[in-house]
Design a protein around this ligand. Structure first.
Ligand SMILES: NC(=O)c1ccc[n+]([C@@H]2O[C@H](COP(=O)([O-])OP(=O)(O)OC[C@H]3O[C@@H](n4cnc5c(N)ncnc54)[C@H](O)[C@@H]3O)[C@@H](O)[C@H]2O)c1
Length: 253
C-alpha cells in the first residue's frame, strides 16, 4: 500500500476525518494536496515528511476549484488520487428544514464532491495511467438512526453513493477507480456539533454500534489507504461501511 511518488488530493483535509486521511497517506509515503475552507489546517503539514501543501478552497466555487486544481498540477506535476471529505451536516426536524440551508448542503456535499472528482479525473485522463477516487458518503445514506434527523444530509450522501457507482462505470475505460466509504459515528467536530445540539446523542454514539464505542478518525484511514493503493487495483464501484457494525443493526438502548 506504499504511495511513494503519488499525489493525493484530499478535500476537507484541514481537520477531522480528512486530516487523519492526510496523515495516513503521508505515512504511506504519498504527497498530499489539502483543500479546505478553514484558514489553516489543525496540524502543521510541514512535519509530515512528504510534500504537503495547503490550498484554502471553497469546494462550492467552480472558478476557485479550477484555479486550485491548476495550481496543484503545477506544484506536484500530477494527480493520482482524490478523496472528497469536505462536507457539512444539518441535524434537525424535517419540518424545520429551510430552502437556503438545503441548497448549501447540496452545494457542499453533492456539487463540491462531483466537481472535485471531475477535475481530478480530467487530470488522471490526461496523464493516461489511471487513478483512484474515494468519495466519503455516510451511514446516513443507508439507514436512519432514531434521534438523529438527517433527511437532507442523508439525501446528499445518497447522491454521493449513486454518483460513485455511475462514475465507477464511466471512468473504468481510463482505469480510474471510484469507490466510497460510509462512516458511522466518528468522533469529530461534526459529531460534537450534533451532540451539543442534542446531548442524548453522546450515549447513542457509544451504545448503538454493536462494537460498543464511537469510531475514531483512525478507524477510517486503513480502508481509504487500501482503496487508494494498487492493492485495490480490481476494486471499483464499491461502498465500504465503517460503522462498528451499525450497518447490520443497532444495540437497543
Ligand atoms: N463524523 C462522522 O460521524 C461522519 C459520519 C459519516 C460521514 N461523515 C463525513 O465525513 C466527512 C468529514 O467529516 P468530519 O466528521 O471530519 O467533519 P468536520 O466538520 O471535522 O470536517 C469537514 C471538513 O470539511 C470542510 N468544509 C466544509 N465546507 C467546505 C467547503 N465549502 N469547501 C471546502 N471545505 C469545506 C470543513 O472546513 C471541515 O474541515 C464529511 O463529508 C462528513 O459528512 C462524517
Amino acid at each position: 500500500m506504499n504511495m511513494t511518488g503519488k499525489t493525493t488530493v484530499i478535500t476537507g483535509g484541514a481537520r477531522g476525518i480528512g486530516l487523519s486521511l492526510v496523515e495516513a497517506v503521508a505515512d504511506a509515503g504519498g504527497d498530499v494536496a489539502v483543500l479546505d475552507v478553514l484558514e489553516e489546517p489543525k496540524k502543521d503539514l510541514s512535519k509530515l515528511g512528504v510534500t504537503a501543501r495547503y490550498y484554502r478552497t471553497d469546494v462550492t466555487k467552480m472558478d476557485v476549484l479550477e484555479d486550485t486544481f491548476e495550481k496543484i498540477e503545477r506544484d506536484f506535476g500530477r494527480i493520482d488520487n482524490c478523496v472528497t471529505a469536505a462536507g457539512i451536516v444539518a441535524d434537525k426536524s424535517f419540518f424545520d428544514h429551510e430552502w437556503d440551508e438545503c441548497e448549501r448542503l447540496l452545494k457542499v456535499n453533492v456539487l463540491g464532491t462531483f466537481f472535485c472528482a471531475q477535475l481530478a479525473a480530467k487530470a488522471m485522463r490526461e496523464q493516461g495511467d489511471g487513478g483512484s477516487i474515494v468519495l466519503i458518503a455516510s451511514i446516513a445514506s443507508h439507514m436512519a438512526i432514531p434521534l438523529q434527523r438527517l433527511s437532507m444530509y442523508g439525501a446528499t450522501k445518497g447522491a454521493v453513493r449513486v454518483m460513485m457507482r455511475q462514475l465507477s462505470v464511466e471512468l473504468a475505460p481510463w482505469n480510474i477507480r471510484v469507490n466510497s466509504v460510509s462512516p458511522g459515528f466518528i468522533r469529530t467536530d461534526m459529531t460534537e456539533l450534533c451532540a451539543t445540539q442534542q446531548p442524548e446523542l453522546y450515549s447513542v454514539f457509544n451504545s448503538a454500534p454493536p462494537i460498543g464505542r464511537i469510531g475514531e478518525t483512525s478507524d477510517i484511514t486503513g480502508v481509504v489507504n487500501y482503496l487508494l493503493s494498487d492493492a485495490a487495483a480490481y476494486t471499483t464501484g464499491a461502498d465500504i461501511p465503517i460503522t462498528g457494525g451499525l450497518i447490520g443493526g443497532r444495540i437497543a438502548s
